[in-house]
Design a protein around this ligand. Sequence first.
Ligand code: KG4
Ligand code: ZN
Length: 513
Amino acid sequence: MAACLPCATASALVLTRRLPLLPSFTRRSTICGRRIVCVKNFQINATRKVFVPLNYAQRRIQSCGAASSSQSVQCRSQEDVLVLGIETSCDDTGAAVVTTDGRILGEAIASQAELLGQWGGVVPKLASEEHRKFIDKVVADALHNAGVQESALSAVAVTIGPGLSPCLHVGVRKARIIAKTHRLPIIGVHHMEAHALVARLTEKQVGFPFLVLLVSGGHNLLLLSQNVGQYVQLGTTVDDAIGEAYDKTARLLGLDMRKGGGPALEELAREGDPKAIKFSVPMRGPKYLDCNFSYAGLKNQVRMAIESRNIDGDQVSLSMASAEDRKIRADIAASFQRVAVQHLEDKCRRAIEWARRLAPSLSSLVVSGGVASNQTVRAKLGALASELDLQLVCPPPRLCTDNGVMVAWAGVEHFRLGMYEAPPDADEPDDVRLDLRPRWQLGDIYEEGQSEARSLKRMNQHPSLTAQVCLYARIFTEKFGASRLQVDFWNQGPKSALMTPPVMKTPEKRFAF
Ligand code: KG4
Ligand code: ZN
């Protein structure tokens, strides 16, 4: 039988001495049955006629495969890869175990709703103490629910930013201890990327590129997602995020914050008339032709409406309000929600136009983050998407708010591409200085989306995840023999990077997250 393409390429490379000087072994080709020379930790890329380094998961598979020909060892498949995800960036301690093919084997979450109700918002020191109290139990519960031992994991993914430093610290430390004990690679996850990518776990048909609106307590982002780690930021908030506006309005209206400001306000808004109060929609008119958001002005309008109607949420909670007072509060809630969501709609409409210029094949609008669990948000953006011929994808509400599953899944997506850090050294001290990124941008900014306010806000930020991924990819592809096309691809930057980028594989050290 003639040699198959990988065999023929391998033989040619061996003969022409383009084989890396690394340990080799032989195995039978599964295609043509011939015995071929394999290079440890490398695989043949027949198209490019080079040996490319394997990522960690592939190395494990290769070592099983090498043994299996002589010792019949069960080969570990990609489907067996189990990633533990840990989330502690704000006020929820979450953990989950997810497989490469997107099965959620087990999850656990400890919410800080009581604290939130007591203090009316997140107090970083108290939140981190709660994380510290619950982290071991939450991780143990997630593993128990999954029926998995720590030692059976393939990798640990953990949110390293953006978020509150003392809170991030708790999760990252826990992740490193597990990874160190069991020699597991670590994946440092961007919290907002996790919100975006979880849509690909729940709706398998969501492929790149897709447009994503991320709406949470601290972020309002419109991004074109081109691949894992690659985003073009079309818009962001110049001041507050929508979740912040929901929380503030809920507090002023005297709602029960233990339910969460957003859910409590959504519930009250159902009783009110959304047209009762004429709040103005932010950033309309010829001056605002971008995809940025602003909620500070709306928050102010709401505060004035509440004060002028003599409502004191601090003194009189909703449960103690008279029927008449309750009706006024419900009208304010409904009117606020109508305008807040209208603002999302306005900016999404423009972002779809921009995104289609960059990616004409665009077919999905993903909406995620805590506020995406709101039914009005889903209904209005669903109508917009269908008007503009896009499929709306919203993860189920429990996966829209912070959780461990989204972090584990983002870990899977990175792990599959070889983007992870090597296991911590066995002698790494427990108090090692951790790489935390409280202010960390996700994507590169689309030129037309620049704004003065935002450039000021960017001070003290980590370079974006996308900039980092592009930089590493360029270094690795140049070092490990990428074709000219691939190098050009990375040089051109994200605006023109709309084709599938090369998969990044490196032999040992991964990203220094
Ligand atoms: O993503 P998330 O859980 O945490 C952050 O990353 O910030 O989002 C929390 C935000 C909070 O502001 C919360 O009030 C808001 O999401 N939220 C909602 C709803 N559920 C959560 N806002 C409006 N309607 C909801 N149903
Ligand atoms: Zn979040």
